[in-house]
Design a protein around this ligand. Sequence first.
Ligand SMILES: *Cc1c(COP(=O)(O)O)cnc(C)c1O
Length: 387
Amino acid sequence: MRQEFLPFSRPTIDDDEINEVVDSLRSGWITTGPKVKRFEDAFAAYVHAPFAVPLSSATAGLHLTLLALGITEGDEIITTPMTFASTLSIPVLCGARPVLVDIEPGTLNIDAARIREKITPATRAIIPVHFAGQACDMDPILALAGEFGLTVIEDAAHAAGTEYKGKRIGSLESVSIFSFHPNKNLTTGEGGMVCTPDESLAEEVSLLKFHGMSREAWKRFAASGTPNYDIMMPGFKYNMMDIQAAIGIHQLPKLDGFIARRTEIAEFYNREFADVPELALPSYAPYDQRHTWHLYTPLVRIEQLTIDRDRFMEELKKLNIGTGLHYKAIHHHAWYRENMPQPAGSLPHADYASDRILSLPLFPTMSDEDARDVVEAVKDVIARHRK
Ligand SMILES: *Cc1c(COP(=O)(O)O)cnc(C)c1O
């Protein structure tokens, strides 16, 4: 058994990021400033987004996007149950009703073929989540949006660098929202980015993010700015700081390398677990795409074992292997059970995955030996709990 605990995720931070943050701290300009602009431009160029708005989080991005689109009481939003809290909590807090569509059993992405039957006159938007960094089937989703006049809001929290049929997520006819939380493939500590080809939407999100002040208001204490400013509308306080962007500026050039290493480890797991019938392994979607392997999420076939998934995770922890849970399906959480109960059996693939899924350690600085330790521990737990 390994001596040291292996977490399921750890950010990759080098001297470049540290020195850039120190430079910001020493410069006297800590909050939104020139480094945020540099990061915005570099990220927009990387994902081929015509417009990008840097923010304090992806959750803030979802909030401002829904407000900018005027989504409100009585509106319906179609999304997936295999996602993080904010994908649904923000629509709920805006007064909208989230409508859940089941996932595909292999990729755990929203089943695009099941969306049409959930569209009603109240539907305003579809929020696909690129689960674990693998692109949803965007062509049918964008076609439905066109047919019914809906907005596609991609929850791209896992998808920095993900491609769909040769196009980067961030460059499609939609709004896409990225997260730079420390567990994500690229981090700024906390942070997010809204990307879109819709200039007026980007402008609205940009105004809403900082007190409704115009884009250049952050300069008002700099030599190039003026202390005067105008409030164009009531706004929030969701701006990204230069301290955060300082990290992102140095993460971005390394992102392709991070993805390559993540892919190596994920494919090693796939090979090593290929002959383990107690695991259902993540599978690749059939269309051309680039999977960025934000997460490695096998399903544990608990019906073949004497323990459930939670015990499985505890057993791995005893062997010093950390795990994550992405995700217990959203409709299994207390508030949603109480306030948005789903008819029994209406989301069978999400229900199945929810009770069986776990996230194994996957981050770029993991060694080959770390990955071998994970495989050994997983096989050991299975061997000791086979029915
Ligand atoms: C992390 C995450 C978010 C929220 O991102 P924050 O930047 O933490 O607000 C939203 N959706 C999904 C799918 C996520 O994984």
